[in-house]
Design a protein around this ligand. Structure first.
Ligand SMILES: NC(=O)c1ccc[n+]([C@@H]2O[C@H](COP(=O)([O-])OP(=O)(O)OC[C@H]3O[C@@H](n4cnc5c(N)ncnc54)[C@H](OP(=O)(O)O)[C@@H]3O)[C@@H](O)[C@H]2O)c1
Length: 336
């Protein structure tokens, strides 16, 4: 398809009296949202947890119908009315409600706001940027939040770092980055058979997530210097209760649940910090820093190891596998 062809392929989500439907269809570029000053050609997109929810209609992620799916995209700018972007530039996009309220990147064309885009780091191809995706960029935001708190791989206060949801997208990237930075990483997973995978990413040991999943005491034996938590609920509460004096927990996910059924004891008796991490509305400068850090601190060979690829036509089935907990690491979607 050339740049000016008016028809493009997209994964469209529809919901009406006939129910919910998700499928690849052909749309006219004239239908792209007017709220956007840059026309782009995504070469790759990805399936994040939230894409999985949207594509399977498991949670109310999509706010306007019909919706072109795809929270993330990476590819080439085709036309721009934004001063920072010109045709031919390579971009990466994450979040900002794309695929939720604004037509997304599981499509051969998207019209996005230039203010949302980050220049694709020279270190990455569009495929690699989508292998990272919102999940991997959020993992880096978690690492940076811990660093701002003063967590370090060596020296005073250094110790084991726990990563929960470890075989997932956020978890896999967090394990790989933290290990490369020199931390001793303990990976918590429900997939015992993936222990070799987690060790290959750099985990020094692997624990059963069941150890963290049930209600526990408000204060437990101090173990973690820091935690990256993608799971929430009792897992997050137990992680807080096991964090060492002065340590920090970066919380970004809710794979177990959105509840926080705990006490203030770790905060008021152990000076533990709970650091919230949001990727969707993160400011541009923080995004640029996170992408620069990923270019430096994530081994591309490990990124490849955690990645599987599907076609646009295969995205819905892959989303179903993701929601069934059958996916390891990251899924990229090749567009076109
Ligand atoms: N704050 C943000 O901006 C932001 C950005 C990206 C993602 N997130 C959130 O972060 C979470 C992880 O995202 P992701 O892309 O990594 O998803 P993912 O690839 O599906 O991974 C989630 C992992 O969590 C673990 N898990 C699943 N169900 C669980 C349960 N009931 N109890 C405990 N662990 C469970 C599994 O790992 P094991 O099998 O290894 O245990 C699973 O692989 C999601 O909740 C997502 O919404 C938030």
């Amino acid at each position: 398809m050339d740049a000016h062809n008016t028809m493009f392929k997209a994964l469209l989500l529809e919901k009406d009296d006939a129910g919910f439907r998700a499928g690849v269809t052909t749309l006219d570029t004239a239908r792209l949202p007017a709220a956007g000053d840059v026309l782009v050609q995504p070469e790759y997109s990805t399936l994040n947890y939230k894409d999985g929810l949207a594509l399977t209609n498991k949670a109310p992620v999509v706010r306007n119908w019909p919706m072109v799916a795809g929270i993330d995209g990476a590819g080439t700018v085709l036309e721009s009315g934004h001063p920072a972007w010109k045709a031919g530039d390579r971009f990466v996009h994450n979040g900002y409600g794309v695929g939720e309220t604004h037509w997304g990147c599981l499509a051969e064309r998207a019209r996005l706001k230039g203010d949302w885009l980050v220049a694709l780091p020279a270190a990455f191809t569009p495929r690699q940027a989508m292998a990272i995706g919102t999940a991997g960029y959020t993992a880096m935001l978690c690492v940076m939040a811990l660093e701002r708190h003063g967590v370090q791989p060596a020296g005073p206060g250094a110790g084991e770092v726990l990563v929960t949801g470890a075989t997932g997208g956020v978890g896999s990237v967090a394990v790989a980055v933290l290990a490369r930075l020199g931390y001793r990483v303990v990976a918590a997973t429900g997939k015992a058979a993936e222990a070799d995978y987690l060790q290959a990413l750099g985990a020094s040991s692997v624990i059963d997530r069941a150890e963290l999943a049930a209600p526990g005491k408000p204060l437990q034996k101090e173990r973690w210097a820091a935690v990256v938590d993608a799971v929430g609920s009792h897992t997050l509460v137990n992680a807080l209760a096991q964090t060492r004096y002065g340590g920090a927990v970066a919380a970004c996910g809710l794979a177990q649940g959105a509840d926080l059924p705990g006490t203030v004891m770790p905060f008021i008796l152990r000076n533990v910090a709970l650091l919230g991490v949001d990727s969707v509305m993160a400011p541009l400068t923080l995004r640029q820093q996170a992408w620069a850090r990923l270019a430096r601190d994530l081994d591309p060979a490990l990124l490849e190891r955690m990645t599987t690829e599907v076609s646009l036509e295969g995205a819905v089935a892959a989303a179903q596998r993701l929601m069934a907990g059958q996916v390891r690491g990251r899924v990229v979607v090749k567009i076109g």
